[in-house]
Design a protein around this ligand. Sequence first.
Ligand code: KIV
Length: 305
Amino acid sequence: MAKPVTILDLQKKRDEGTPITMVTAYDYPTARMADEAGVDLILVGDTLGMVVLGYDSTLPVTVEDMIHHGRAAVRGAKRAHVVVDMPFGSYQGGWQQAMENATRILKETGCGSVKLEGGQRSAETVARLVEAGIPVMGHVGLTPQSVNQTGGFRVQGKTPRDAVHLISDAKALAAAGAYAIVLELVPTALSHMITQRVSVPTIGIGAGPFVNGQVQVWHDILGMYDDLRPKHARRFAEVGDVIRGALREYVEAVRAGEFPTARESFYMDERALDLIRRMTPDQDMSQAEQVLSELQDAPVPGIDR
Ligand code: KIV
């Protein structure tokens, strides 16, 4: 079995200039497929709220949601490092609250680390968690949990003031001990500058190519939804079309009586069947004993699955 990816491996990749790969996954099958594809990191992101649970934002996601999905994803990942998002309201109340929830997430899911949003404002929390032995991934740029403050899902750091803030945010996270930093929706030149100024891996999403790794949302790169097409995501497949097409075929086949066929059905030994047919529906069970004793001479094959 392949050796599990550690945060030290990620730092080594960054130092050697090997791109780090990360994708979101939210349950056993998606994590298993991501793991089999060889990604370094699986993020059980709170995007869960939008792409899996059907909310308009990530704000309603709870610690219980993250634990439930995180646990399933961890079961699917044999090699990749699994990082679980701390949802809105689980750490903003201060480092003590963060410690309690991060500890729960780590203990109850078996994941390798947690991720939380915010730069300078989250630095003390990150430092406390790291001190307690909890690896933390930071997240700056667009921070979807603050969407009501940032005025929507838009590119961050475009003015000189915002850019300087963003650089300071990333540096504060690195100084606090974050083992990697997600840069979301940041202009390419700025994410490049940040990457040169921090010594831990930067992982971009909509942050261009000059970062140490890339993260993407499962549903975006696999083309699951027609109405969700972020500019930064390339659709590497149209899985949504494949699934919808297959389900339409299934429905039509059932309605037309074409499914199941003999090939998809199970059969009994003819002699056993014959004996059973001799039991009339209103026969009481004591009379059935006679038939059952005959059945002993006619072995019924097991279920042929
Ligand atoms: O929740 C998530 O999926 C994320 C990625 C967008 C980085 O935080």
